[in-house]
Structures are given as structure tokens and as C-alpha cells.
Design a binder for this molecule. Structure first.
Ligand code: MEV
Length: 434
């Protein structure tokens, strides 16, 4: 019988009914179905209310990065990520930075941009001025939509009008600048943009189309810098100053070549996004913002994309790393406010405001990037990676906890870190016990 995904009223079914449907659809065993179960610490209904058509959860490991000292404050940093080595790397980097006083970080006020697109405008240049003439009234109308945000010192603060040439002719694009305080800001900004759109369209003499937040949060930036002492970077085969030079070479390639830059910035986001996820914030928003920011900054210099970090050598020969990136994250509203695990992890992290969270994210991004460059510029990252990979392989090949170390050791010794070899070794071990 052919199956159809055209399932009527899936959203009306209970979680149990949806699971039963999936069991049949994918021929799942009871054991497979149990992997979807909700964690016991979460109150019934919490997860079902977060998204639609819920069938379960996909648990991601949470690890704690240690040694972080940012602006003189100690943090234990929860990171939610499936990739091995990231948490250890961040911790190691933070330890090196700590030896020279840790990370210094700063941030701009938490201002987000909302965009209202107006098309079909006959006189865009004059339309721009007609809108700017009404700026104060427009800001007041926007703020009337969120008196609570205004009471906390936030709200719509400014309005800009851009003329954007496009394949469909010139467009008037209004930017509403909203201080989101400790919220991510998406709901406040979108509500304000939708509220202003009819009046903006009337003033411009056109039609409003899009009314939505921009993830290129160029006004909500966090920056961090740290010193990584050369004498702490020596390896078995390279002196500290040699490692500093190799890291500067690695950074120079990212600054010169988009193919390397993509990976360089990806490594930064390994750290940033895993803290963003742990705190229940929107990883896609911060990723989109970071990568577009890297391209946007480069475009003004005639480039394609630039690294989010910078490395220099100071007069003492130590390595100075710095970072700047948009941090559209909040502590109130969104999943951060409802997801019980996120709430617990925010408490562990101990940040009290969204700028503080942003500054911490900048420090973690810098730490992650420094750790990656240090490993890549010296022994490479595969040794650490392969050891963890080997452990996973050993376990999935059926090795019992007390057998895992031996299976891993033999795979590494044989230079064959593969599932089939793991299975063979498990069998060999059982044939020759002891
Ligand atoms: C892997 O997830 C991240 C790295 O590739 C980053 C980098 O190359 O800088 C190690």
C-alpha cells in the first residue's frame, strides 16, 4: 500500500497519537519510539506548546566550558552542541586568556532594526523626506505598541529611510531602530513595523510589502579582546613565538580567502551558537547576522567576506585576539523564558542582561577561534577529534563500557578508526578475555 504524507489534522492529534502514527509509518520498534520521549524534568505540555505537530525531543549534549574570565567576572559557560572537542577547546583557550587577565568585552545598546518595504513609489527621494518629516509622530505610534518596553527604557528610538535600487525598480525601505533591552526583540520590532506600515505607505504614496526584523543587527554589537601569552603556546615541536607566527599566518589566509574565511567564521560560531542554543535563543538569527555582517563589512572594503576576529602581535611578542559580531539575543521572551532547561542554564551562566550575554558570546567566539587556529597551526585537529570519534565508534560497535578504552587504543594504534574494525576488535577481545 502506498503511503501518503497528506495527513489530515495531524496538528489536532495528541503527542501519543502522532507517535503511534509514526510507529506505523516508519515501522519503529518500541525502543526506537522511546528515544523521542520528553525529559522527566520538563512539565507536561511545555514542549508541545513550543512548536507544532510535536512528537518528541532531540536531546543535544550540554557541556560546561570552564576558566572563562570576562571583564573580571568568572563564568561557567553551558554549551549545547553535538560536535566533539568544542567544549574542551573553548575551556583550554579561556585558560590561556585567563593567564593574562581574561577577556575584556563591551557592547553597544541592544538596538534592533525593523524593515518596512514600500514599492510602487513614483518619487522615492521626496517620499523619503515626507517620511522623515513625520519621524517623531511615527516613533510615538511605534512606541504606543509596546509601553512596557518603553517603561524599561527601550522602544523605537530612531527611523531611517533608505532608497534601494532593485530588479523591480527603486524601493523605499524604512528602518525602525528599536532598543529591545533584555529581549531578543523580534516580537516588539515586527509588531511595530506592521503597525507603522499603512502610514508609511500613505506618506510614500506606495504599497507596503515586507514588515519584518533584519537579522543584520549592525547596531547590536558585542566586542571582546584577549591576550594569549606566547610562552603558554609552545608545543613539543614548536616554540611559543613560532606558534604565534603560525596563528598569524592562519589568520592572514582567512582575511585573504573566502574559502578559508567561511571555515574560520564557522569555528567562531561553534562556540557562539552552542551558548545561544543552551540559553534558548535563536541560533539561526545569530548565524545569519554573523555571516552577513562578515560579508557586509568586507563589501565596504571591496572584499567578499572577512573574518569576525582579528589577530595581532604586541610589542612583547604575545598574541592579541579580538572579535566583533552582532548579538541579537535576549534573556526574556522567546524560548529562553519558557524552556525549563534554558532557564536552568541561564541561571548557571549567571548573566543578568542581554548586553552581558552578548559580551560573553563574543568572548566565547574568540576563545573558540583561537583554540581552532592554535590546533590547526600546530598538530592539527584530527588527533583529538579522532579519539572522540573512535570512542563513539567503539560504543556503537557494541563495546561494553569497560571495553571501550581497549577498542579505541587498538584502532588508533592500527591507524584504522572505522566501524568495521571496531566490530572486529570487540569480537577479538571477547575471544581472548583478559
Ligand atoms: C570545525 O567545526 C571548526 C574548524 O574547522 C574551525 C577552523 O577551521 O578554524 C576547526
Amino acid at each position: 500500500m502506498s503511503r501518503s504524507s497528506d495527513v489530515a489534522g495531524f496538528y489536532r492529534r495528541t503527542t501519543a497519537e502522532r507517535r503511534a502514527f509514526l510507529k506505523e509509518w516508519a515501522d519503529l520498534s518500541d525502543e526506537e519510539l522511546r528515544t523521542l520521549e520528553f525529559p522527566p524534568g520538563v512539565a507536561p505540555g511545555t514542549i508541545e506548546r513550543m512548536i507544532e505537530n510535536v512528537v518528541g525531543v532531540m536531546p543535544v549534549p550540554v557541556g560546561i566550558a570552564t576558566h572563562f574570565l570576562v571583564n573580571g567576572r568568572d563564568y561557567l559557560v553551558p554549551m549545547a552542541i553535538e560536535e566533539p572537542s568544542v567544549v574542551a577547546a573553548a575551556s583550554n583557550a579561556a585558560k590561556v586568556a585567563r593567564a593574562a587577565g581574561g577577556f575584556r568585552a563591551q557592547s553597544t545598546p541592544p538596538v534592533m532594526i525593523g524593515q518596512v518595504q514600500i514599492v510602487g513609489v513614483a518619487d522615492p527621494a521626496a517620499a523619503r523626506l515626507r517620511i522623515l518629516d513625520r519621524k517623531e509622530a511615527l516613533l510615538a505610534a511605534a512606541n504606543a505598541k509596546d509601553p512596557v518596553l518603553v517603561r524599561f527604557g527601550g522602544g523605537a528610538k530612531d527611523l531611517e529611510v533608505r532608497l534601494v535600487p532593485s530588479m523591480r525598480g527603486p524601493m523605499v525601505v524604512v528602518h525602525l531602530l528599536v532598543d529591545a533591552r533584555d529581549a531578543g526583540g523580534m516580537n516588539a520590532v515586527n509588531t511595530m513595523c506592521e503597525a507603522l506600515a499603512p502610514e508609511l505607505a500613505r506618506l510614500a504614496g506606495g504599497r507596503a510589502v515586507l514588515r519584518i526584523i533584519s537579522n543584520l543587527a549592525v547596531h547590536r554589537l558585542a566586542r571582546a579582546h584577549a591576550t594569549f601569552r606566547a610562552d603558554l603556546l609552545a608545543t613539543e615541536t614548536a616554540t611559543g613565538p613560532e606558534v604565534v607566527e603560525a596563528i598569524l599566518d592562519a589568520y592572514a589566509l582567512a582575511a585573504a580567502d573566502p574559502f578559508r574565511c567561511a571555515t574560520h567564521n564557522k569555528g567562531i560560531m561553534n562556540g557562539v551558537s552552542s551558548v545561544v542554543l543552551a540559553t534558548g535563543n535563536d541560533c539561526r538569527a545569530i548565524e545569519a547576522g554573523a555571516h552577513t555582517y562578515a560579508a557586509w563589512r568586507a563589501s565596504s572594503e571591496g572584499g567578499v567576506v572577512r573574518p569576525l576576529t582579528t589577530y595581532e602581535k604586541d610589542s612583547a611578542g604575545d598574541l592579541i585576539g579580538s572579535i566583533e559580531l552582532p548579538v541579537p539575543v535576549g534573556l526574556i521572551g522567546g524560548a529562553t523564558a519558557v524552556h525549563p532547561t534554558a532557564k536552568t542554564l541561564v541561571k548557571v551562566l549567571g548573566v543578568k542582561s542581554s548586553p552581558e550575554l552578548g559580551e560573553l558570546l563574543a568572548a566565547v567566539g574568540l576563545a573558540q577561534n583561537f583554540a581552532a587556529l592554535r590546533a590547526l597551526a600546530t598538530e592539527g585537529i584530527q588527533r583529538g577529534h579522532m579519539e572522540l570519534h573512535a570512542r563513539n565508534l567503539a560504543a556503537s560497535a557494541g563495546a561494553r563500557p569497560e571495553e571501550v578504552d581497549q577498542v579505541v587504543e587498538r584502532m588508533i594504534r592500527d591507524g584504522a578508526i572505522r566501524f568495521d574494525r571496531a566490530k572486529e576488535i570487540v569480537q577479538e577481545l571477547r575471544r581472548t578475555p583478559g
